[in-house]
Ligand binder design. Sequence first.
Ligand code: PAF
Length: 273
Amino acid sequence: MHIVHTIAELRDRLARFQRPAFVPTMGNLHEGHMALVRQAKPLGDVTVASVFVNRLQFLPHEDFDTYPRTLAADAAKLAGAGCDLLFAPSEGELYPGPQTFRIVPDPAIADILEGHFRPGFFTGVCTVVMKLLQCVQPRVAVFGKKDYQQLMVIRRMVRQFALPTEIVAGETQRAADGLALSSRNGYLSAQERQEAVSLHRVLTLMAQRARAGEAHAPIESEAIETLRQRGWKPDYLLLRRRLDLQQPAAGDDLVVLGAARLGETRLIDNIEV
Ligand code: PAF
């Protein structure tokens, strides 16, 4: 696997390929990312990953400064998963000056759920993803369903700007107890790690009750209460329409989405009903 740090080197390396398959990441990689790389591999003639901790998608009080930078370990894992090229730009390379042009996504999908609790998050995500897509010019890019709303927002952005990239969804990878793999799981203490699976359990129960046809409002409020009683601070636990994450109507395909804080760590997860 080659590692490049500049856009010029990246373009030079990619010049002889027609169909890059791309997995963008912020590093601190785990098995969930490796599954995305393995999924991307047969979809293109070269597999590219990026590692870039994107300041634009962090709020001032969030963990941008402390987000683990583990490039050597990340590179070893990517090489093991069959990645051909790693693009790991410095902040100065991707943002040589203040990024005054931004991609502001439709508030109908970007200012709800994660966007409500993390204002500006999806503008930061869309801006960097647009930039990375311009750098790599992939035929396919793979994004995990773990960040379900991010996947939906990026799909819309790519469609609305007619970008020549197919967005492919990767299934969420889980630990044996069901906890969704996430870079932020590393922040959990041993005791919190044991409790963390409750988010998945509560979402699973919500999905079961929705499938059984129960009314959504009590499913949602009881789930919030369950997590609160276990010491969590839930942001939202909601049943939404898969397509656009709006309030569902009868017959819509559903997804249950949750975000909650356990100690200092904010976890998100979702299950398609
Ligand atoms: O999902 C992530 O890791 C990030 O939001 C992404 C898509 C790499 C953009 O920084």
